[in-house]
Design a protein around this ligand. Sequence first.
Ligand code: GCU
Length: 698
Amino acid sequence: MSRKKAQKAQKIYLYALNFFVLFVPFCGHVKADDGSRLWLRYDQLPSRRVGSIAVQGQSATFDVIRRELLGAGIVVGNSDDASVVIGLPQTSTLIHKLGWEAELKNLGPEGFRIRTIRNVIVIASTTDIGTLYGTFHFLRLLQTEQPIDRLQIDQTPRLKLRLLNHWDNLDGSIERGYAGKSLWMGVDDNRRLLDYARANASIGINGSVVNNVNANSEFLTAKYLKKFAAIADVFRPFGIRVYLSPRFSAPIELGKLPTADPLDPAVIEWWKQKVDEIYKLIPDFGGFLVKANSEGQPGPRTYNRTHADGANMLAAALAPHQGIVMWRAFVYDMKPGYDRAGAAYENLQPFDGKFAPNVLLQVKNGPIDFQPREPFHPLFGAMPRTPVMPELQITQEYLGFDNHFVFLASMWREFLDSDTYAHGRGSTVAKVVDGELYRQRLTGIAGVANTGSDTNWTGYDLLQANWYAFGRLAWDPQLSSEQIATEWTKMTLTHDARAVTTIVRLMLESYEAVVNYMTPLGLHHLFWGGHHYGPAPWWDMEKRDDWNPVYYHKADAFGIGFDRTKTGSDTVSQYHLPQRFSDLQQCPEKFLLWFHHVPWNYKMKSGRTLWDEMALHYQSGVDWVRSTRATWATLSGVIDPERHAAISKKLAIQERDAVWWRDACLLYFQTFAKQPLPRGVEPPAKTLSEYKERALEW
Ligand code: GCU
């Protein structure tokens, strides 16, 4: 075909594509807003602001870009006289002429540049994926109504690995998942995966660990590997790699070997073969996430080998393929008199510098387990020769499942801004994690996903914001919660200025409010055993002490709280500058009962006693939910009725639960404090024995 003919054919193809994408979806089934579009809602897009966009490049990723723009109602072509040009120096004459090669290279393979050059906006990168990220960034500017006439944007993600961890089981259930079933286990239809991939790419997430860390060996059989290869094919154009959680004992279960000892030559060979088999099917496979010697999972300690032995053996099998190992630090063997908060540090810190270069240590944000509020994990800032990546929990195992509205960016901001003091003041967790402090080559962050098969993905429309926030913070751990909340609200809910201000305010207040009615002042793990939904501070029947709330709050006639100072477990000494927590005068009150056992009449900064202060915190959490319900009711005109009503229902549940939390906790602690509720705290709705009788239902 001559060049002219080819151009003509392409034009016709693009017109046809424009027609189908723009008009066909609107013929017949315009849906009310069911939340399924997440923040990728383009119907509010002020489309006249952009003329046509030229997408100059040919690949599956460029096709993704075209489809996204068309879906946004934008006219897509490929001529240089468009008002926006997207491409690479080698695929776009215009971009080539700009002579940006060196600068684009400096932005790295996922970075992009967006510039207004006279009256053309140019979106450029050195890779297809970079242009996809640039396109989504540009769409976000449109969706959030930013000025686009003088764009001067250079962006590079601060972290290399930005992963979702899916705790999906073989049967399609999701451990700690509250939004339906798995998006892929037990499902053979890939359609929803495309939207999952779009959503992730739009916020820069570049990897998914597709199975539960409590792993089953079957995930490594040919049947499942083929399935994951098909998923990887769907994800690839979106820049998302597939990772797996292998079971450490798989050489025994699948290979019929007598041992899984990481130093045994037959075991080493088995893993090498298995990894080679994976890469044959998935050439860009990301690597392994491993839960070993933790909560019943097998691991190297089973064979008297070390965590480093285990991680490095897997790393050696992956290294020739550029794969990585994320070794979890969630390890806490029960010992007499021990403090679980210090266990991971004790187990793993001695191995700093002993891991292979393609191993990262994946550490939960706090030292216990995704509690509503924890101080940062002491391993951050204690492993200068090991890449340490945080694991955050987006799914709300300890935060009211899919029923409580809590915007987690605030929690993660608090964590990332925590000062480790590893190299003096200002050595924040964010700087440890992004490699600024220790210059690690490998950097990353993981979030345990809150997604599932529910139409609105997360079981509760407002909790989509936490998926969004995770991705945005993974891209740039310095972003403010307010910016993220504002973006998300405008993209997802409304452009009404008054409503945006109100919703953003509620989002930013929500975290503190939930901590107040669940675990104020450093209390932790007061949850009903097993499911972790409602309160059960009296709980003492788990087989391990450290699975029982009474182990954590230690309430008695004297007072309450876990003494982690020298007079107690002394795990506070795992922190640099421990006196900021161990000295009662310096310890922030939000962590008071995390580090100290203090008397009920302890004088707080407000001048009130600890008991009164605690009771008022519980009450203020309840008050917040009530006023939020009232505020939400005033927004009925500016949010579509379907989502407005669904959110109202959830807020009613949250109010019921907040009251339950306040009453159950205060009534129980009152049996030790032996003091009346202070003025301003409502009398409990039920008796303590009623609260003990049955769990709060979700
Ligand atoms: C928590 C959670 C478990 C999970 C574990 C982990 O303990 O309750 O379901 O397996 O964390 O992170 O490994």
